[in-house]
Design a protein around this ligand. Sequence first.
Ligand SMILES: CC(C)(COP(=O)(O)OP(=O)(O)OC[C@H]1O[C@@H](n2cnc3c(N)ncnc32)[C@H](O)[C@@H]1OP(=O)(O)O)[C@@H](O)C(=O)NCCC(=O)NCCS
Length: 150
Amino acid sequence: MTSPTPDISLREITADTVRTICDLQVLPAQGAFVASNAISIAQAYFEPKAWFRAIHADQTPVGFVMLSLDPAIPEYCIWRFMIDARYQHLGYGTGALRLVIDHIRTLPRATEVLVSYVPAEGSPEPFYRKAGFIPTGQVIDGEVVLKLVL
Ligand SMILES: CC(C)(COP(=O)(O)OP(=O)(O)OC[C@H]1O[C@@H](n2cnc3c(N)ncnc32)[C@H](O)[C@@H]1OP(=O)(O)O)[C@@H](O)C(=O)NCCC(=O)NCCS
């Protein structure tokens, strides 16, 4: 049984957990905001800048995050981020985002974190705004870019 305030962790995905992580899904209405985890993991296989982890609440896998990390520029972006529909609005996304930001802070010359979202009804904009992200003014491939200054 999970405690009232579960411990959120970012964990490497293994042969034992990959099917479970690929089965995590957002609500049908959120499908335009994030690719499936199976697609993300497949893309990561071909992208050296990709860094991905499962999000766990205590021992339960609840979500997935993938970053694009390029210390050479430096440019650190949240590429994919999702909490399974069953576990949304429990603070897990906020907890995982904090861990992601902590991780990026440890990387060379990290001064900001970038994210972009599809501007449509139900977009994650309020979630990122609440965490301190602000618009950069850029729209890339139809996605609004936000940044968090570290
Ligand atoms: C965005 C997302 C990761 C948030 O995860 P979460 O665990 O539900 O977030 P939290 O419980 O920590 O939410 C904190 C606050 O952010 C805001 N928020 C969270 N999800 C939101 C959403 N989908 N739309 C609008 N506001 C949202 C709310 O203010 C929320 O507080 P509340 O629950 O008291 O209303 C999750 O909704 C999700 O997976 N969405 C679909 C995929 C997606 O859009 N990913 C982002 C791609 S860039």
